[in-house]
Design a protein around this ligand. Structure first.
Ligand code: GDP
Length: 221
């Protein structure tokens, strides 16, 4: 496991504890939406999880919430085709698991339908506080990621890159990917400058991400 960059360690023990407490609270699935009409009314501040299929999105949601089966972890890319809404801490925050992109096993019409719903959600949801853009720590940004970044720049929705699967890459390579990602982000107006490095398998970076999300939840009440 690589040493984590300095940005991982800047949170105070009190902030980490607030993150732990928020994510130790109840977390329940309350809605799934394939089409716009199925989007639920907002319950509070929302954080969305976006990324290519197989990037480790379900694993990260499960690691954050400490529940092994909340979001479905699948070895079949492209299976999660709807927006899934989870209520965290009885109304404190809503986690929105977006459909993965960049995989073409679903039919074209179906893919277009959920792409439209996701785009509509990302462009027009005032409660959306931040999008966590998950990027595989071994590979860095890919074409599909650039598309969503441009969309979020246009909609002025802040997004933060979370590198995943950090346990699968050595420290030198991980730092190269992190630095290249930081350079790419500096060209995007809505990109949050702090990149979080995580491993859902090893637990690295998870307490820090919880703390950051808890601070966001507190800032919006
Ligand atoms: P999703 O399609 O983005 O929801 O990705 P999943 O969470 O289903 O993960 C895809 C694959 O990557 C699964 O086989 C996971 O077990 C694996 N995976 C996810 N996160 C990690 C991680 O942090 N470390 C390792 N080694 N494997 C991971």
């Amino acid at each position: 496991m690589a040493d984590l960059p300095a940005a991982q360690d800047e949170l105070t023990p009190a902030a980490l504890e607030r993150g732990r407490l928020l994510f130790a609270g109840p977390c329940e699935f309350f809605a799934g939406a394939m089409i716009m009409d199925q989007l639920p009314p907002p319950r509070g501040p929302e954080i969305a999880f976006a990324g290519r299929s197989n990037v480790g999105k379900s694993s990260l949601v499960n690691a954050l919430t400490g529940r092994k089966t909340l979001a479905r972890v699948s070895t079949t890319p492209g299976r999660t085709q709807q927006l899934n809404f989870f209520d965290l801490g009885a109304g404190k925050m809503t986690l929105v698991d977006l459909p993965g992109y960049g995989y073409s096993s679903v039919g074209k019409a179906k893919a277009a339908a959920w792409t439209d719903t996701t785009r509509a959600f990302l462009k027009g949801r005032p409660e959306l506080q931040r999008v966590l853009l998950l990027v595989d720590g071994r590979h860095g940004l890919k074409a599909g990621d650039e598309d969503i970044m441009k969309l979020l720049d246009k909609s002025a929705v802040i997004y933060q890159v979370v590198l995943t699967k950090a346990d699968k890459v050595g420290p030198v390579e991980l730092e190269k990917v992190r630095a290249a990602t930081a350079t790419a982000l500096s060209r995007h107006v809505a990109a949050h400058p702090v990149i979080r490095v995580t491993s859902s398998a090893a637990g690295a970076g998870i307490p820090e991400l919880r703390a950051e999300l808890a601070a966001l939840a507190e800032a919006t009440v």
